[in-house]
Design a protein around this ligand. Structure first.
Ligand code: ATP
Length: 239
C-alpha cells in the first residue's frame, strides 16, 4: 500500500463532560517517525485512541490519506493501514504467541499473506518464533511488548501507533524495544509513538509534539526539543 499522511486539526475529545484534548493539531508524513511526549494525564493515550478510531472526537478533523477517521468504523481502520499497539499491550494472555499474531491478521488482506507476514515478524523477533506455542500471559514484559508489536505488524500497516512501549520494562529491555522501533522505521514504516520516556524517544524520532493538559505546548525536531531549556528542565532533568 502507498504511504499516506496522517493529519489532525482542531481535535477536541474527552470522556463525558471531561475534555482531555483541546484543539490538537498533528501531522505525520509517510516514512516519518514522530513522538508525542508529555506528563501523566496529558492526553497522549486519548490522542492515539482518536487516531485508531476508538474514541470519536467532539470537534476537529482527523484524516489518514483520503480517509476521514472519525467517519470510519474503528474495525475498518486496520484495513486502511492503521495499526495500534495499545497501552498495557492488551494481549490475549490465554492464547499462544502464534494465536495472538493470528488475531492481528484478521483483516482479509492480511489473512491472504499470513505466512509471509508471520515469517517477517519471526525474523524481526526471533524470540517470538522460539516461543510461538507459549501462552502470551506467561512471557516476560519485554516479550509481551514484542508480541504486541508483532501482532500489529501482521496487518502490513502503513502507520504504526505505539502507546508507551517502554512502560513497566527494565532499562535493558527498554533499550531493546527502542532498538526495534529504530529498525521498524529504518524499514520505511511510518511510526507515531507516545512516550513518557522523553530522552529515549527523542533519540528515535524525527520530530515530536509536547502535550500538556490536553494542549500542544511545543513541537519541533528532536534535536531542537532536546536542546530547548524548557523541555530539558521539564522532562530531561537538565537545565
Ligand atoms: P498516561 O501516561 O497516564 O496514560 P496520558 O497522557 O496518556 O497519560 P490520557 O490517558 O490520555 O493521558 O488521559 C488524559 C485525561 O483523560 C486524564 O485526565 C485522564 O484521567 C482522563 N481519562 C482517560 N481515560 C478516561 C476515561 N476512560 N474516562 C474518563 N477520563 C479518562
Amino acid at each position: 500500500m502507498e504511504g499516506a499522511t496522517l493529519s489532525l486539526e482542531g481535535i477536541r475529545a474527552g470522556y463525558g463532560d471531561f475534555q482531555a484534548l483541546f484543539d490538537v493539531g498533528l501531522k505525520v508524513s509517510p516514512g516519518e517517525a514522530v513522538g508525542v511526549v508529555g506528563p501523566n494525564g496529558a492526553g497522549k493515550t486519548t490522542l492515539l485512541r482518536v487516531i485508531s478510531g476508538m474514541l470519536r472526537p467532539k470537534a476537529g478533523t482527523a484524516r489518514f490519506g483520503s480517509t476521514d477517521i472519525a467517519a470510519t468504523p474503528a474495525h475498518m481502520l486496520p484495513g486502511i493501514g492503521i495499526a495500534h499497539v495499545p497501552e498495557n499491550r492488551r494481549l490475549f494472555p490465554h492464547l499462544t504467541v502464534e494465536e495472538n499474531l493470528k488475531v492481528g491478521a484478521y483483516i482479509p488482506a492480511a489473512r491472504r499473506r499470513y505466512a509471509e507476514r508471520e515469517a517477517y515478524v519471526f525474523d524481526m523477533f526471533p524470540r517470538l518464533k522460539e516461543r510461538r506455542h507459549q501462552l502470551a500471559g506467561t512471557m516476560s514484559g519485554g516479550e509481551q511488548q514484542m508480541c504486541a508489536i508483532g501482532r500489529a505488524l501482521m496487518s502490513s500497516p502503513r502507520i504504526l501507533l505505539l502507546d508507551e512501549p517502554s512502560a513497566g520494562l527494565a532499562p535493558l529491555v527498554v533499550a531493546q524495544v527502542f532498538a526495534l522501533v529504530q529498525r521498524i522505521r529504518a524499514e520505511g514504516l511510518t511510526v507515531l509513538i507516545v512516550e513518557q520516556n522523553v530522552a529515549q524517544v527523542l533519540r528515535v524520532v524525527d520530530r515530536a509534539y509536547v502535550l500538556d493538559a490536553g494542549h500542544v505546548v511545543a513541537e519541533g525536531s528532536s534535536a531542537a526539543l532536546a536542546s530547548d531549556p524548557k523541555i530539558r528542565s521539564a522532562f530531561l532533568g537538565g537545565h
